[in-house]
Design a protein around this ligand. Structure first.
Ligand code: FMN
Length: 364
């Protein structure tokens, strides 16, 4: 089984960090099905988050739902946290291009939150992060800089772990792409720099920055990175089904598989991937559930958000997810257009009633 530092994951299939999606409510939906080895936060800018707290005395919204360390005054969020009990570790992702704020933020996260992994982002291709902030996958051009940043975070996290008296340091991991472009394929030196800096695992999304999300993830290059490193390598990119997730483990020899977009349409994908991995041969398990089931799940997801946020914010957040639940509906496109224009909970529920079949309690 996939082991990151001293942390043994319950499954080799891990959740991809996704800005705008991998929030607390979504993690709860994934938890409902299980099969996921590591849950992920959205990426957080170190300097921005530190300043937000210092100057404006507010926490980064993406910290919402993270369980607090008990010695830090108990839960910052009043909601019961189901993740500890389920034994599924949580990874929090940070980004910056300066070692000091990265180290400070990582240390603070470890001291204040009961999280199990700190992940560093060297994969984001978004223009704001790459061109404007010169962070994320921009840094792939500079393996030495990446080593410096990773070393600073590893040391800070080790310091914080020993200050807490933890039996083993919290592992630091990194997520990368292959390089800035096909002319700048720096993946080998970046991966090796990360390992030398002391990271406990590397996740590779098999695309370049320039590709954004076009073309296909290059799993041969991911396998090449696996052959270069001693720490575990988690492969990522274009996994669409439980079969593909298992096939990727077998075919490319990676230690784990990260799944992002496909799980937005099928939150039960981790459960099915892990069932196959554990030897299940039940084709029923892999059947796409009925639309009634998806409807109930969508409404449950919405209820979690309503419990946690103001109505307007809950609707805004859910407008992103709803089209994913609607995939497969005969009029999925119209549903997407309609639901993404709703503003109130009543409008949102009405759109669902209009496009999804009436609830049938027998549906599974
Ligand atoms: C909307 C969206 C947001 C994302 N946000 C992040 C992020 O915050 N951090 C990160 O490392 N990757 C982020 N990614 C990349 C995913 O983690 C993953 O690498 C990518 O989607 C490829 O995997 P997939 O084909 O399984 O989706 C994001 C991707 C999408 C589509």
């Amino acid at each position: 089984m996939l082991k990151i530092g001293s942390l043994e994951l319950p499954s080799p299939f891990v959740q991809a960090p996704m800005a705008g999606f991998s929030n607390d409510a979504w993690r709860r939906i994934l938890l409902k099905f299980g099969g996921v080895g590591l849950l992920a936060s959205e990426m957080m800018h170190a300097r921005g988050s530190l300043e937000m707290e210092r100057r404006r005395k507010t926490l980064h919204g993406r910290l919402f739902g993270l369980p607090s360390r008990e010695k830090n005054g108990g839960e910052k969020n009043s909601f019961e946290n189901p993740f500890r009990a389920a034994g599924i570790p949580l990874s929090v992702q940070i980004w910056d291009n300066q070692p000091e704020p990265l180290a400070e933020f990582a240390e603070k996260l470890v001291l204040e939150y009961d999280i199990q992994v700190i992940d560093m982002n060297f994969g984001c291709p978004a223009p704001d992060v790459v061109q404007k902030a010169r962070c994320g996958s921009w840094l792939l051009q500079f393996p030495e800089r990446i080593a410096e940043l990773a070393e600073a975070v590893v040391q800070a996290v080790h310091r914080a772990s020993s200050a807490l008296g933890l039996p083993a340091p919290i592992p630091v991991t990194a997520k990368m792409r292959l390089g800035l472009s096909s002319e700048s394929m720096t993946y080998a030196s970046v991966a090796q720099a990360l390992e030398s800096a002391g990271v406990s695992a590397v996740t590779v999304h098999g695309r370049t920055t320039r590709q954004m999300y076009s073309g296909k993830a290059d799993w041969e290059k991911i396998a090449e990175i696996k052959s270069l490193l001693h720490v575990p390598v988690i492969g990522n990119g274009d996994i669409r089904s439980a079969f593909q997730a298992n096939e990727a483990l077998r075919k490319w020899g990676v230690d784990g598989v990260m799944i992002g977009r496909a799980a937005l349409n099928e939150p039960w994908l981790f459960r099915d991937a892990f069932a196959l991995y554990s030897g299940a041969d039940d084709s029923e398990l892999l059947k796409r559930p009925a639309a009634e089931f998806q409807k109930r799940l969508l409404l449950e997801h919405f209820d979690v958000l309503l419990e946690q946020h103001e109505e307007t914010e809950a609707v805004m957040l859910m407008r992103k997810f709803a089209p994913c639940y609607g995939v497969g509906l005969p009029n999925a496109r119209q549903f997407r257009v309609h639901v993404t224009r709703t503003r109130t909970a009543a409008e949102f529920r009405q759109a669902i009633e209009e496009y999804f079949p009436r609830d049938n309690p027998e549906a599974s």
